[in-house]
Design a protein around this ligand. Structure first.
Ligand code: FCB
Length: 477
């Protein structure tokens, strides 16, 4: 049965907790235990990296011909983003990219995942290409290669061009075709330097936050439309894979970036078990199945029938397009979900500053093993995992984010356990390289390995960054 829990409901809490975690970081921020051979050695060639996204770090919202995105619009609606903050300046990465790439090299990262801003490259989403926008990403990709870092590109990290939104956004099937054209444009420009490509970041978050809760752009609360949006995003993924392929040569690899949530019943009742299966359908199989198996999960379609017209939007041949062959599955793991007999979710483990996140490292193992069991041995990359911690810059210039070190250590260990048990995991990208604009939370939450002093835009390596450098050097912990 999909989603079968490996931890008994109500079982002992994980050893990790932000409050009580006891990291081994020494006074200088390095981990003395790493001086010796690591106890958990990762396979040779395992790739360590970090991730960001365009709207969250670039700033330069009105520079060099960038068009408007739905997030520019959303941030300006009073009450939608904490403190009325916006990504207008963010971490000013658009101007500071060269220094940031030096930092990436200094940290020893082998892979860097960034996203391309659709409205920077195609300002209206459908019209002519903005050369200056495309050139920025060319500089970035070349700059990474010159520093010995492999670029991984996400084509869509939620910044839909506003002009396409005005035409219906993901509710409009045309948006999927426009996305494929844009994807081909970027692939053509960067295909010779970028080997790893991700189409859409977390289509589920657009569905759930953008169209169910309305907490993200475009801020709608329309369950019927939400799943039409799911289908059109999946279609966009498949169309983009097909459109990009001719530009990527024989070595370019493409995949989706999915936030997957291991789902467990909150109690032993048959009702909770049954609800968990359906919940898993909505959280995981709705995206994994059409992409990797070429079919929508029937239980989810049946459930949707009462409230969403998605069926009318799935045209003949669509599922085959969505099922276009991919070489990579990007997994983003943050939290487990515990499902009650009533179908609600409850909190079982300590949470972080992000209310939705429970710390459960074993969930990393479970979701990786489950993919292997149900979807086979496609190459896996973890493209996001991390947490926000209440980081402050000390008078001595250090940021002692011990909670981040213990969180990452425990999650790395679970990834290692999955590799030992045969999972084809090739790389791990921590979210995030640096502090950034955390969507509706504005700049309140700090998710970075690197601290950003927004007043000066100075970057300061947190203790976790130094610890992570040691892990990378040792290829283990
Ligand atoms: C993921 C997003 C990423 C960031 C992290 C915390 O859902 O892809 O942009 O917001 O959560």
């Amino acid at each position: 049965m999909p989603g079968t829990p490996s931890a008994a409901p109500g079982g002992a809490a994980t050893s990790t907790s932000v409050a009580t975690g006891a990291p081994n970081a020494g006074e200088d921020g390095t981990d003395p235990s790493l001086a010796a051979a690591p106890a958990l050695r990762f396979p040779d060639g395992f790739v360590w990296g970090a991730a960001t996204s365009a709207y969250q770090i670039e700033g330069a919202a009105h520079v060099d011909g960038r068009g408007q995105s739905v997030w520019d619009t959303f941030c300006r609606i009073p009450g939608r983003v904490r403190n009325g903050e916006t990504g207008d300046v963010a971490a000013d990465h658009y101007h500071r990219w060269a220094d940031d790439l030096d930092l990436i090299r200094e940290l020893g990262l082998k892979s860097y995942r960034f996203s391309v801003s659709w409205p920077r490259v195609v300002p209206t989403g459908a019209g002519p290409v903005n050369r200056k926008g495309l050139d920025f990403y060319k500089r970035l990709a070349d700059g990474l290669r010159n520093r010995g870092v492999t670029p991984m590109v996400t084509l869509y990290h939620w910044d839909t061009p506003q002009e396409l939104q005005d035409l219906g956004g993901w509710e409009n099937r045309d948006t999927a075709y426009r996305f494929a054209e844009y994807a081909a444009t970027v692939a053509q420009a960067l295909g010779d330097v970028v080997p790893n490509w991700l189409t859409l970041n977390e289509p589920k978050t657009i569905v759930q936050n953008g169209y169910l809760s309305g907490t993200h752009a475009p801020g709608k609360q329309d369950p019927g439309a939400a799943y039409v949006v799911a289908h059109h995003q999946l279609l966009a993924h498949g169309l983009a894979v097909q459109a990009m392929r001719p530009h990527l040569g024989t070595t370019g690899r493409i995949g989706p970036a999915l936030n997957l949530h291991p789902c467990y019943p909150a109690d032993d009742s048959p009702q909770a078990q049954a609800r968990t299966v359906l919940h898993d359908g909505y959280e995981n199989r709705l995206y994994l199945d059409p992409i990797l198996k070429g079919s929508y999960p029937q239980d989810v379609l049946d459930d949707l029938a009462s409230y969403s017209p998605i069926h009318k939007y799935i045209l003949d041949g669509d599922v085959q397009v969505i099922n276009s062959p991919v070489e990579l599955l990007a997994v983003q793991y943050y939290t487990p979900l515990y499902v009650t007999a009533e179908g609600d979710t409850v909190t079982r483990y300590p949470t972080t500053e992000a209310f939705w996140q429970q710390i459960y490292p074993e969930g990393m193992y479970d979701i990786l093993m489950r993919i292997k069991k149900d979807y086979g041995d496609i190459a896996l990359t973890i493209t996001e995992n991390g947490l926000p911690t209440p980081d402050t810059l000390g008078r001595d210039g250090r940021v002692r984010d011990t909670g981040r070190i213990s969180f990452l250590r425990d999650h790395f260990a679970e990834a290692h356990r999955a590799i030992t048990d045969g999972v084809n995991l090739e790389s791990y990208h921590v979210w995030s390289l640096m502090d950034n604009f955390e969507w509706a939370e504005g700049y309140d939450q700090r998710w970075g390995l690197v601290y950003v002093d927004y007043a000066t835009q100075r970057r300061i390596r947190k203790d976790s960054a130094d610890w992570y450098s040691d892990v990378i050097r040792a290829n283990g912990l």
